[in-house]
Design a protein around this ligand. Structure first.
Ligand SMILES: *[C@@H]1O[C@H](CO)[C@@H](O)[C@H](O)[C@H]1NC(C)=O
Length: 318
């Protein structure tokens, strides 16, 4: 009795973690941040790239885990390397055959993000399902047809853990600097941002990027930008240089997850050729990874990009 009372008290604040500031008025067009997509697409150029497919027998371990967590057959998922011209190391992405996203779409949209922002992402895996996305460690999984703002939002969760000076503590969204600046503002960007400081910082990173790259900045789409200014300006001021500004080259990357056979059967494995080499080059410094969680939480969106629900997918345990 005594113990369960303590446990309940300790858990309660987590359940009721909604932020205390209202959604900005007027709201962003449509109520979500999808309204920022066109400005971002118009002003962020795709990075030149080539790509090559993995042989059919292997997947990066993270892709296989996320596929299995979603009860999808790993044999319906394929992996490919993307060589962007601004990084000596490839990104390895995975795509389920029924994802509405083509390989070309994935390469194009991700390649528009500043290389410093891309550097903190390990794998992206696209699977079929209702429009939703989630971040798992430093991997991103997306279902259905997701826009560029969601790529930025999910990448921002990794930036929150890695791309701010560690002296403030990680994630940065729990730091005193962040909370002090939040407290100087009168609003948050939307309902999604209101759900936690982690989601808020991720939404503010979308706005911070928009403000940097779109002529006229946030003021061109949000007349009441002053109500959220300290928050997105804090992202712009404190985040690793280049994370919200295009240009430059990559200097650090996360090690790729190891290649594993798609099949769990030993018989199948015997016929496999050599596994692809996924080692990082000596030209980049390795970023400390985040440990694998037990689950991946997909946030579902409506057509305007408003968060409308959550789906929790359990990841297989080793
Ligand atoms: C995703 O990325 C991180 C790297 O930070 C890794 O540690 C983690 O185990 C990965 N996999 C999954 C399925 O989350």
């Amino acid at each position: 009795m005594h113990f369960s009372t303590i446990a309940a008290a300790a858990l309660a604040p987590l359940v009721a973690a909604r932020l205390d500031k209202p959604v900005i008025k007027p709201p962003f067009p449509g109520g979500g941040l999808d309204s920022l997509s066109q400005g971002l697409l118009d002003n962020l150029k795709p990075t030149q790239s080539t790509n090559d497919d993995w042989g059919s027998g292997y997947l990066p371990e993270d892709c296989k885990n996320i596929a299995k967590g979603n009860k999808l057959n790993p044999f319906d998922v394929s992996a490919f390397n993307i060589h962007y011209s601004d990084c000596p190391d490839v990104w390895i992405f995975c795509r389920h055959k029924d994802s509405p996203f083509s390989k070309t779409d994935m390469i194009d949209i991700f390649g528009r993000l500043p290389v410093e922002m891309r550097s903190y992402i390990r794998h992206i895996i696209a699977v079929p399902g209702p429009k939703s996305a989630g971040s798992s460690g430093d991997n991103i999984s997306m279902k259905g047809n997701i826009g560029i703002t969601v790529y930025v939002h999910e990448s921002a969760h990794s930036l929150d853990s890695h791309a701010f000076d560690p002296k403030y503590g990680a994630p940065f969204s729990n730091s005193k600097v962040w909370l002090d600046n939040y407290n100087q503002d009168s609003a948050v960007p939307d309902d999604y941002a209101q759900s936690s400081q982690q989601e808020n910082l991720a939404q503010q990173t979308v706005i911070a990027l928009y403000d940097k790259v779109v002529p006229g900045g946030v003021g061109s789409i949000q007349p009441n930008w002053k109500a959220i200014f300290h928050q997105y300006a804090t992202v712009q001021g404190y985040i690793a240089k280049g994370a919200v500004v295009p240009g430059g080259t990559c200097t650090h990357r996360l090690a790729n997850s190891k290649p594993v056979p798609k099949s769990d059967s030993a018989k199948f494995r015997r016929g496999l050729g050599p596994a692809p080499n996924v080692a990082l080059s000596s030209q980049v410094t390795e970023i400390e990874p985040i440990p694998m969680g037990k689950e991946i939480v997909y946030t579902q969106f409506d057509d305007a990009g408003r968060a409308i629900g959550k789906e929790v997918v359990q990841l297989p345990t080793a």
